[in-house]
Write a protein of this length. Structure first.
Length: 670
């Protein structure tokens, strides 16, 4: 539950006299003032990509239909990624002693995360970390034959001459802090690690080929870096420091559990919901929420007003929620004022009805403004009206006008009786929650990136840029699993109109109301994508240790009458044998799937990103306070460039197993 300090906040209305007019806003705007009719919002709830999903973010100009359907652009690949551990934070990241845990026991960090005394916990864990660093120094002083089984972090500190073991300390302190944060509240965190660094490095850098005996010229100390250790350092530096080249990113991160995400009757993830917030579950109460489709949403379409998100919404009928009153088609406008859950960006709202802007000039045509306050935690705001000047409307006596009964009636009509009662009975926790993050990345942006990155693209000067992989988050919900995508193969159906007339009537695309504005035809795509998978670490790697898997996604892309790409809709995972559909078969299948019980649409990547290097597989890193790019890059070069005549061999005595032979190359560092 919320603390007492959160109760009954007085909301201050935040607004401006006229809302900004942008390309995105015009796309989703309402009927202009003076049109003489009621708003027709349903015709404008068309979703092309928004600002967070623009293909240009991934350096991709959308190609026309004729090119996307040509054989040239139906497949592409770059070099396959190499496998590595994601170095879980729960195991102290790259400070994990992984080679021989009997001879080199993992670090034990003292302190009870269940203890409410954080200061005492920090002191106890700090003493344990100090003792661990002293032990690491002692092993380093004994030479590489005594330190061959320590963690990659310790080996880096030895190779770089870090007598303070800064990287090792940083990883252990991170582990201790995360342990307090997550285990105290029983939050699962075993999935957290450095997968984003591994995914990025593995598709852009060649795999280490040999172990390295790294010797620091200044200190004279040496340490044996196995192939697994070298991969760990590449993963870590990519994870922490970023690259010299520019990262490109498209999409937004979904942080919600799949079971908590509302869907409409077509199983499509909704834009947003209003409802009672359960602070312990970090979710809206399923029985006390109403789902909405957004015409305009500041968090995605470039119309931010202050720190709080706002949206113009229309009530829809979700799959497992109460039906909306058919007569309640008016739009509402939500202004978020007070944060309830910052991480998931949930706000306690002030809810208005909206009206078209009274100024009918060309540059302001089609905008909407907040009007009557339908709901607010501060009851005295309900029924107030905003004027064109952004101030409360007042009567001849100077008092603020209040139309509370009208506002209450409109609120009940839009929300339904039971949810309206729930909102009034739970004013401290009645909240606005966006779910639009959980519906991207737009399939058109995803497919454009596949074509332009894996099929090869050209620079601004016209020179050819070799094919290059990019990273996808395969897990749409709260956990993030970054994988390096390196190959795709698409199968496409024939262009299909949104409605086909038959003798017994017409069959229509059930997603037509959500298609990008101007969509005249859709094409069904079945696309296989191959990506690297975590595996290891190992002392030596064989080709069988490099693991790649695949998924098959199904989506429809949207085109105008001239074949211009406008957007798309996800339709879940498909089998390897799946074939795209066309014409009546496609529209019938979309209707069947959308109406099926328990069918989950939009199983798809959450976001995509990659490094926009000028050419080929290259990646250069930045320094940080605990990692120097020159050291990691030197170790990597030695691992790659050794010839057979440069290699030496040793056997590592593994506890309870046969010794492991290791071929290594001597390498001087700095």
């Amino acid at each position: 539950m919320l603390s007492a300090s959160r109760k009954r906040h007085l909301f201050r209305a935040l607004f401006v006299a006229s809302l900004p007019v942008t390309a995105g806003f015009l796309l989703y705007s309402c009927s202009p003032a003076g049109s003489g009719g009621r708003h027709d919002p349903f015709a404008r709830l068309r979703e092309a990509w928004d600002a967070a999903n623009d293909p240009g973010l991934m350096l991709g100009e959308p190609k026309p239909m004729r090119e996307l359907l040509s054989r040239k652009f139906l497949q592409g690949e770059s070099s396959a990624p190499w496998s590595d551990s994601y170095w879980p934070l729960q195991s102290a990241g790259v400070a994990d002693r992984w080679i021989d845990t009997e001879a080199f026991p993992p670090f034990e960090i003292a302190g009870d995360p269940e203890d409410d005394n954080r200061e005492a916990y920090d002191q106890e864990s700090g003493r344990a970390i100090d003792a661990a660093i002293i032990a690491a120094r002692q092993l380093a002083a004994g030479g590489w034959l005594k330190s061959w089984g320590v963690s990659p972090a310790e080996k880096y500190d030895i190779a770089s001459g870090n007598s303070d073991f800064a990287l090792t300390r940083s990883e252990l302190e991170g582990y201790a802090g995360n342990r307090w944060t997550y285990e105290k509240d029983e939050i699962p965190w075993g999935w957290m690690g450095h997968c984003h660094g591994w995914a990025q490095a593995s598709i852009a850098l060649p795999a280490p080929r040999h172990s390295v005996l790294a010797k620091n010229r200044r200190t004279g100390q040496s340490v044996l870096m196995t192939e697994g250790d070298v991969r760990a350092l590449l993963t870590k530096i990519a994870s922490d420091n970023g690259t010299v080249e520019q990262n490109r990113f498209a999409g937004t991160r979904c942080e919600d559990r799949d079971s908590d995400i509302p869907r409409d009757r077509n199983q499509r993830i909704v834009d947003a919901a209003l409802g009672v917030w359960d602070d312990e579950a970090h979710a809206l109460v399923r029985e006390k929420r109403a789902s909405f489709r957004a015409i305009f949403h500041s968090r995605f379409d470039g119309g931010n007003q202050g720190a709080a998100p706002w949206a113009v919404l229309q009530r829809i009928s979700p799959a497992a929620d109460q039906p909306v009153n058919p007569a309640a088609a008016d739009l509402i406008w939500v202004q978020g004022i007070d944060w309830i859950d910052w991480q998931r960006q949930v706000v306690s709202p002030v809810v208005y009805s909206v009206r078209a802007a009274s100024n009918n000039s060309g540059d302001n045509q089609g905008t909407v403004r907040p009007d009557l306050v339908l709901w607010a935690a501060d009851r005295k705001l309900v029924g107030r009206v905003l004027g064109d000047d952004g101030e409360w409307v007042r009567g001849s006596n100077g008092r603020i006008l209040v139309r509370q009964e009208e506002a209450d009636a409109a609120w009940r009509a839009v929300m339904g009786e039971s949810i309206a009662r729930a909102s009034n009975a739970n004013r401290d926790t009645f909240a606005f929650k966006s779910y639009k993050e959980c519906r991207d990345i737009n399939p058109a942006t995803f497919h454009t990136t596949l074509v332009n990155w894996l099929g090869g693209r050209r620079s601004r000067t016209g020179s050819a840029i070799p094919a290059r992989g990019f990273v996808i988050d395969l897990t749409r919900t709260e956990q993030v699993w970054n994988q390096g995508l390196w190959r795709y193969e698409s199968k496409a159906g024939e262009p299909t109109p949104l409605e086909i007339r038959q003798e017994d009537g017409a069959i229509r695309d059930p997603f037509a109301p959500a298609r990008a504005r101007g969509t005249a035809q859709i094409v069904d795509f079945v696309t296989r994508v191959d990506f690297g998978v975590e595996n290891g670490p190992f002392i030596n790697y064989s080709p069988d240790d490099e693991i790649s898997r695949h998924e098959v996604f199904r989506y429809t892309l949207e085109f105008d009458a001239d074949g211009k790409l406008l957007g798309g809709e996800w339709h879940g995972l498909a089998s390897d044998e799946a074939k795209p559909l066309s014409g009546t078969a496609l529209l019938k299948d979309l209707n069947d799937q959308a109406s099926g019980d328990g069918y989950r649409w939009q199983q798809a990547p959450d976001f995509i990103w990659g490094v926009a290097a000028a050419s080929g597989n290259s990646l250069r890193f930045r320094d940080s306070s605990v990692l120097r790019a020159s050291v990691v890059e030197a170790i990597h070069r030695c691992s790659l460039n050794a010839g057979n005549d440069d290699l030496m061999e040793t056997s590592l005595p593994i506890s309870g197993a046969d010794p492991v032979k290791v071929k290594y190359v001597p390498c001087e560092i700095e």
